[in-house]
Design a protein around this ligand. Structure first.
Ligand code: LCV
Length: 259
């Protein structure tokens, strides 16, 4: 059974993450179902996509499935990781994607929300970046994504503290496009989606790709790339990496040694 529900009305496609038991964790099944839904809605000529959780969700998504993180010694967020795949697909989609956020957003799900083109949330839409909490190094494309959207200082605070960035603060910082009340979230989102759906899809497609290309135009020398990879290996080869995952699975707080 699919972990997402899809709808199409007035050229507005909706993808509903629908796995309440596991708090919409972005496991490979959820991601595959999302990719399929994106593809189907594009084929059915949707002009704009709304990505949301099931109604009343306390958690929009709990992020990467920690049970699917590889054992120590292997890159936890490789290029073909399901989470990385959905992030690239949303960013590369010719359709504008609106993240309609009700409930907490955790870890890689923050990157998912930020990969959408417009973010609309309620006061429950806190964003919490968790790599340091489970001793994961994150990765270059993700870190550049955060820096590009919120600047170095806020990105550092989110990654270092693993504390929630409240929806109010996210809106003040321009990370959330709109902060609305829970009872107007749906109508506000679909009204904006409707105004997008009325505009030229070709023009929007071309402008979205230009913005993506220009915003991501970062020259990275081979030396820099190799240094980044070496730094990340220090973490995912560490005892702390295994401890972070084992602590989550054992439902206990991790004890990090710094090695
Ligand atoms: C697997 C889960 C998860 C989960 N994985 O409900 O960004 S990075 O680099 O860190 C990247 C690697 C990443 O995204 O890592 C994952 C980051 N996410 C988190 O750290 C969030 C972990 N989850 C939580 O803190 C809580 O589940 C929240 C606060 C989201 C919801 O709490 P609540 O009390 O409502 P439970 O914790 O009881 O979770 C319900 C079920 O979902 C599973 C969890 O193990 C539980 O399963 P069982 O019922 O089988 O025990 N679950 C939640 N998050 N990320 N499984």
């Amino acid at each position: 059974m699919s972990m997402v529900l899809t709808q199409l009305r007035d050229n507005i496609g909706t993808i509903i993450m629908n796995n309440p038991e596991q708090r919409n964790v972005l496991n490979s099944k959820m991601v595959n179902d999302m990719l399929q839904a994106l593809d189907e809605l594009a084929k059915k000529k949707a002009r704009v996509i709304v990505l949301r959780a099931y109604a009343g969700a306390k958690v929009w998504s709990a992020g990467h499935d920690i049970n699917e993180l590889p054992v120590a010694g292997r890159d936890p967020l490789p290029y073909d990781d399901p989470l990385e795949t959905i992030l690239r697909s949303i960013q590369a989609s010719s359709l504008p994607v609106i993240a309609m956020i009700e409930g907490g957003v955790w870890g890689g799900a923050c990157d998912l929300a930020l990969s959408c083109d417009i973010l609309i949330g309620t006061s429950s839409a806190a964003l919490t970046m968790t790599p340091a909490k489970i001793s994961v190094p994150y990765n270059a494309s993700g870190i550049l994504h955060f820096i590009g959207i919120m600047g170095v200082n806020i990105a550092k605070e989110m990654f270092f503290s693993a504390e929630p960035l409240t929806a109010e603060r996210a809106e003040k910082l321009g990370i959330l496009n709109h902060l609305v009340s829970a009872d107007e979230l749906e109508s506000f989102t679909y009204e904006l989606a409707g105004s997008i759906a009325k505009n030229s899809p070709l023009s929007i497609k071309v402008i979205k790709e230009q913005i993506c290309l220009l915003a991501n135009a970062h020259p990275l020398t081979p030396h820099t790339f190799e240094r980044v990879q070496g730094l990340r290996r220090l973490v995912y080869d560490s005892k702390d990496y295994a401890e972070g995952i084992n602590a989550f699975i054992g439902k206990r707080l991790p004890v990090f040694w710094g090695e």
